[in-house]
Design a protein around this ligand. Structure first.
Ligand SMILES: [Zn+2]
Length: 323
């Protein structure tokens, strides 16, 4: 290894460049764009075309409270093992999923609405880059009422973003978050979530439909009970033409932590024990059925297959393909 230095690597790459015969001055005049290309990824399930639409990333500061039943050292080790850029901040991506069933355009969760982190809020620009108007969305499905999933329903000025969409939410989420007794019993941190839920839904309540687990909520899309993260947290199965996939929503936060160590209870899981039980049940099903999964907080394109690995699971990310 002694001679295998950075300098040797660089020298090798210069030689390779020279061998292509490309004029090297051209590179000197090209300015870096300093921003990403549109965060979109398309794939098919049967006859359905799915588009993963990114809303950016939030770098969340991590301390000993982030995982209730693991030491900060173990959490940082998992982050180092995953080559994360820092062990002080966990990159938490947000990825919504647009399902074109042929007859309906269905959006699953809506992003942060640019109201959570200045490194997130790109959903609208990415939807436009996908060639889709918010007015064209027929159905918005909500997995649960945390702000990073519902805030995209409205702008900061309380305008509706999807004026023609039917908004469908888990009945158990509505019952929990819209209950004034639960609001008055909540601590200060949780209270902001209750108030945000009211800000988003109060003025549009008449247009919000509530669904139960097991119900078909859109053509080929079924709600699956996944409680623990929140009381009515919901996953979805998308099926078409003999193929199916599982939208895990927040059944697991970042897979390099919570797939690899499924027993870890994140502070964002309201009932940590139940969240772990749900996580293991759905991940076991994904492994057994070899199902493609999508996770809202998985690294873009937020989809792949789940395998058993070590003490838990791991994600084999989807490979880019032409549709
Ligand atoms: Zn979330």
């Amino acid at each position: 290894m002694a001679g295998f230095t950075r300098r040797a690597l660089l020298a090798g790459s210069t030689l390779a460049l020279g061998a292509t015969g490309l004029p090297q001055q051209a590179a000197a005049g090209a300015h870096p764009s300093g921003k990403q290309a549109p965060q979109l990824y398309r794939y098919k399930i049967g006859d359905y075309e799915l588009t993963a639409i990114g809303d950016g990333v939030w770098d969340r500061a991590i301390d000993e409270s982030f995982v209730r039943n693991a030491g900060l050292g173990d959490v940082r080790k998992a982050m180092t093992d995953a080559f994360m850029p820092s062990t002080d901040k966990l990159p938490i991506p947000f990825t919504t999923l647009l399902v074109n069933t042929g007859s309906k355009l269905v959006l699953i969760d809506t992003g942060t609405g640019g109201q959570i982190a200045n490194t997130a809020g790109t959903f609208g620009a990415n939807l436009a880059a996908a060639g889709v108007s918010p007015k064209a969305i027929d159905i918005v499905l909500i997995s649960h009422f945390h702000p990073d999933h519902i805030n995209g329903i409205k702008t900061k000025d309380d305008e509706r973003v999807f004026p023609n969409a039917e908004i469908k939410v888990p009945a158990a989420e509505w019952a929990y978050w819209m209950d004034d007794g639960n609001l008055s019993g909540a601590d200060e941190g949780l209270k902001t979530y209750f108030l945000n839920t009211r800000r988003i839904f109060r003025t549009i309540a008449k247009d919000v439909a509530r669904f139960e687990p097991g119900q078909d909520v859109a053509p080929g899309i079924t709600a699956i009970a996944a409680p623990g993260h929140t009381p009515g947290h919901t996953a979805f199965a998308v099926a078409s033409g003999g193929q199916s996939m599982l939208v895990l929503s927040d059944t697991s936060n970042h897979p390099k932590l919570f797939l690899r160590r499924p027993e870890w209870q994140a502070v964002v899981d309201m009932d940590g024990g139940l969240a772990v039980e749900t996580r293991k049940r759905l991940l076991d099903r994904a492994v057994a059925d070899r199902m493609l999964v999508q996770g809202y907080h998985f690294p873009f394109p937020a989809s792949g297959h789940v395998i058993k690995s070590g003490r838990g699971f791991d994600l084999v990310p989807a490979e880019w393909r032409p549709v």
